[in-house]
Write a protein that binds this ligand. Structure first.
Ligand code: NGO
Length: 531
């Protein structure tokens, strides 16, 4: 019935093509919603050339994949997204052909890198080409967003299923585009973590940092120190039952993340934030006395005993076992808020622990306080300061960056997903201030930290601390709609950065979250479409 509008739609698309990406965000009139303008995607694509006729998925459409395991797997993933809502069969086949949805892996276009892709859409086919499977997967996420929001529903919907004509060529700005989930303050099950992974994948996030230990709970089984999990993991903030991942469960998370092209970055926070470990083993305490388990939300009161040799046996065992479970490059050793460790001890501790990480083949990541010690060669420092952080502290981090330490930017008053949006937000903390959607998006990682070379910035990460967050509904509400903005800062070229255009693209995501069952904060800063 909406078909008769096609000529007008084409006119709109041609206008978009003529004006380039800057008008891609123009709000679609309600009646035009059948074709999402090419480029009305989050994160904004690097380059958009909107032209030609749209592609239409029909009952006869096939998903044609290269004869490779990865392309076939990504084709099946796409089919699983599209089948319930379209009601079509959408067979995945490696029969070559020029029609249908085509997923192609080819090493030809070096400029696409390992994560980039090209999406070409026209009358007979939509073709996604990439050099690596991650690129193909990211291209599939773009295709999802080009289809009507109803495509995300799990029951048959009317369609039509049109993809605007033209070409998107897209590569990421940064290689590190992360999200952190604190599973220590409140424990989250494997299924809850998988749900978050699926949400992150929608926005091309490629690192899942798991904060696996803190004062309130130790969440990963370590065979050589079993009480860490069985006792240290037995509670959480507020005194609930807590929990921990067995090795098999952790591997399952890693495998699921890998299938969505996310690398897991595990964190064991030390020397502070260690009450759960200190409570589990008396010998880790300088006085040999185990403190009680802790279920409050204070920080900075615990420390491993820097002088005791057993401390380094413990650290070696934990890092060895965790590294063996983790295929990714990084291992995060925390290092924040070691207020109960003297500066001298902190430096000595980091000098001993960083080589252990290297010994087990991993690259050190630490919160930016690590720059107050001597960061190992190749280490990354994760900056979590604020606008109001002292110039001296910022300069300490910038000096390390000039000296070769890479930076991950997580400014707390911009991208901490646990900060309240406003004073009325029911969940969250406010120590870094209120963080509304515009504040979260409207900054440039490339020139954020004074004195730090742009080339030191490896990317951005949105941490979600969970002192006040204990369910998937809570995660949804704190992450959406801020998380996609952080993902865009990590992916899109700085030239696309424009709040007024972004807020319109973001608004178009609202109906997708509704369709996916993601409950989000309806920020008044965003022009959500009327329901
Ligand atoms: C700080 C602190 C965490 C808190 C969080 C709450 C860092 C790196 N250490 O961030 O322990 O949970 O704030 O926002």
């Amino acid at each position: 019935m909406r078909q008769h509008r096609t000529p007008r739609l084409l006119g709109t698309l041609l206008l978009v093509a003529a004006a380039g990406i800057s008008v891609v965000g123009a709000a679609p009139a309600a009646a035009d919603r059948t074709v999402t303008p090419l480029g009305q995607v989050v994160p904004a694509p690097a380059s958009v050339d909107a032209s030609g006729s749209p592609y239409r998925i029909t009952g006869g459409t096939r998903i044609r994949v290269d004869d490779s395991r990865e392309a076939r797997r990504i084709g099946s993933y796409l089919a699983e997204v599209l089948r319930p809502s379209t009601g079509y069969r959408l067979p995945v086949t490696d029969d070559s052909g020029r029609d249908g949805i085509r997923l192609q892996l080819t090493r030809k276009d070096a400029a696409l890198g390992e994560e980039g892709y090209r999406l070409k859409s026209g009358k007979g086919a939509v073709t996604i080409t990439a050099r690596g499977p991650a690129g193909l997967f990211h291209g599939v996420q773009t295709l999802r967003q080009l289809l009507p929001a109803a495509v995300e529903k799990d029951s048959a919907q009317p369609g039509p299923w049109l993809v605007a004509g033209g070409t998107i060529t897209d590569t990421p700005r940064y290689g590190y585009r992360g999200a952190m989930l604190d599973v220590s303050r409140h424990f989250f099950t494997v299924d809850q973590v998988k749900r978050y992974i699926d949400q992150l994948a929608l926005y091309k996030v490629n690192k899942l940092h798991l904060h696996l230990s803190d004062d309130q709970g130790w969440r990963i089984a370590i065979d050589s120190w079993p009480r860490l999990a069985t006792y240290g993991g037995s509670t959480q903030v507020g005194g609930g039952p807590g929990g921990y991942y067995t090795k098999a469960q952790y591997k399952d998370i890693v495998k699921y993340a890998t299938s969505r092209y996310l690398e897991v970055v595990p964190e064991i926070d030390m020397p502070g934030h260690t009450n759960a470990a200190l409570a589990s083993y008396a010998e880790l305490n300088c006085d040999g006395v185990a403190p009680p388990l802790y279920t409050g939300t204070e920080v900075g009161f615990s420390s491993l005993c820097v002088d005791k040799p057993v401390t380094y046996d413990f650290v070696d065992d934990v890092i060895r076992e965790l590294a063996a479970l983790t295929p990714g490059e990084y291992l995060h050793i925390g290092g924040d808020e070691a207020h109960s460790t003297s500066h001298e001890d902190y430096v000595a501790f980091m000098d001993k622990v960083q080589p252990i990480v290297a010994k087990y083949g991993k690259t050190v990541v630490g919160w930016h306080q690590l720059t107050g010690a001597t960061p190992a060669k190749g280490a990354l420092a994760q900056y979590w300061g604020l606008d109001s952080t002292s110039a001296a502290e910022k300069e300490q981090v910038a000096a390390a960056a000039r000296n070769g330490t890479g930076l991950i930017l997580s400014p707390a008053d911009r991208v901490y997903l646990d900060m309240k949006y406003t004073k009325d937000t029911p969940l969250g903390l406010d120590w870094a201030g209120y963080v509304e959607v515009q504040r979260s998006y409207d900054w440039d990682p490339g020139n954020y930290l004074p004195g730090a070379p742009g080339s030191s910035v490896q990317g951005v990460e949105a941490p979600l601390w969970t002192e006040t967050v204990s369910t998937s509904a809570h995660i949804d509400y704190m992450a959406f709609p801020r998380l996609p903005g952080v993902a865009e800062l990590g992916w899109s070229p700085a030239s696309t950065h424009d709040w007024d255009a972004y807020k319109v693209r973001l608004a178009a995501q609202g109906p997708r979250w509704d369709a996916l069952g993601i409950g989000y904060y309806r920020s008044p800063q965003v022009p959500w479409p009327a329901e």
